[in-house]
Design a protein around this ligand. Structure first.
Ligand SMILES: Cc1ncc(C[n+]2csc(CCOP(=O)(O)OP(=O)(O)O)c2C)c(N)n1
Ligand code: SF4
Ligand SMILES: [Mg+2]
Length: 290
């Protein structure tokens, strides 16, 4: 619905990084709709399950459409939506657990298909909604309710994973940098094809990483996050891999594959090439009847 659900009662904890992401998305949607003179209802937000996915209910200002689906299945839902309404702008909001754990198997196929959607991942390195279990991005040796001896698995490297999966547009950001994040989301939505904005969005209750991300010069603690160097060429895949593999978190534009042809355009070109017509639902059923 493009109206807020008045009965959905959920509140983020004070200081949760997701507040900053919400502000950036609100700003990005208003900016896009003004620039393209399109209604805000031309956008649908598809949300996963988690504190992050609850963003779809907390959105303030002009209301896009929203679908709060099932855990780990934002991409299949977005694929269905985009296939039937390629004219719609589809924005996915998801968490590190939702997207990179239960939902990870869907990244590769949609990246290779170049589905024209934008995904904003709020990475807090934990399952926040279900009270603090370890996620794929939780650091090694961190104690959580599911890792009582400290996490035994190495953390996943999300940026490297996306590049290896074939994601053609990739940015990395922080929830505290709302204006910069807003711009990245606007740019990602304008990209014709699959785009990801991976956001460090700390969980103040179960995994507060604000200090680690920012570092502390006085105490000699190097920040985990660093700005992407100005001489980085986003069209250079090898350079993007180097950023992703550096062991720290680059903030900015990581990769943009030139000449992106999105999924619906590939289909149109194939139809043109083969002279085939789209079949009606009745014709498709008739073709499968035994
Ligand atoms: C099929 C299924 N398995 C497990 C759950 C329980 N569950 C709900 S949210 C969640 C993890 C959320 O983590 P993340 O995506 O990182 O979101 P966050 O709350 O941290 O924003 C889990 C395991 C569920 N709802 N459905
Ligand atoms: S539990 Fe963590 S992720 Fe969830 S609302 Fe609270 S601070 Fe945010
Ligand atoms: Mg999480």
């Amino acid at each position: 619905m493009s109206k807020r659900n008045p009965v959905y009662d959920f509140k983020w904890c004070p200081g949760c990084g997701d507040f900053g992401v919400k502000r950036a998305i609100e700003g990005a949607l208003v900016e896009r709709s003004a620039a393209l003179s399109e209604s805000i209802e031309q956008t649908a937000i598809v949300a996963g399950i988690g504190c992050s996915g609850n963003l779809v209910h907390l959105q303030e200002g002009p209301q896009p459409f929203g679908i709060h689906g099932i855990h780990g299945r934002t991409l299949p839902i977005a694929y269905g939506l985009k296939s039937s309404r390629p004219d719609m702008n589809v924005l996915i909001v998801s968490g590190d657990g939702d997207f990179l754990s239960i939902g990870a198997e869907h990244i590769g196929p949609q990246a290779k298909r170049n589905l024209d959607v934008t995904v904003v991942i709020m990475d807090n390195g934990v399952y926040g909604l279900t009270k603090g279990q370890a996620s794929p991005t939780t650091e090694l040796e961190v104690v959580t309710s599911t890792t009582p001896y400290g996490k035994l698995d190495d953390p996943m490297s999300p940026l490297e994973t996306y590049l290896a999966a074939g994601v053609g547009w990739l940015a990395s950001s922080m929830s505290t940098q709302v204006k910069a994040l807003q711009q990245l989301i606007v740019d990602a939505m304008a990209h014709p094809g699959f785009s990801i904005v991976h956001v460090q969005s700390p969980c103040t209750t179960y995994n507060d990483t604000y200090a680690a991300l920012k570092g502390n010069e006085k105490e000699g603690i190097e920040p985990m996050a660093f700005p992407v160097p100005e001489d980085h060429d986003p069209a250079d895949l090898e350079s993007a891999y180097r950023l992703a593999r550096g062991g720290r978190i680059p903030i900015g534009m990581v990769y943009e594959r030139p000449n992106s042809v999105p999924a619906h355009e590939r289909l149109r070109l194939a139809q043109e090439r083969t002279g085939s017509q789209e079949k009606s639902v009745e014709e498709l059923f008739a073709a499968m009847a035994i």
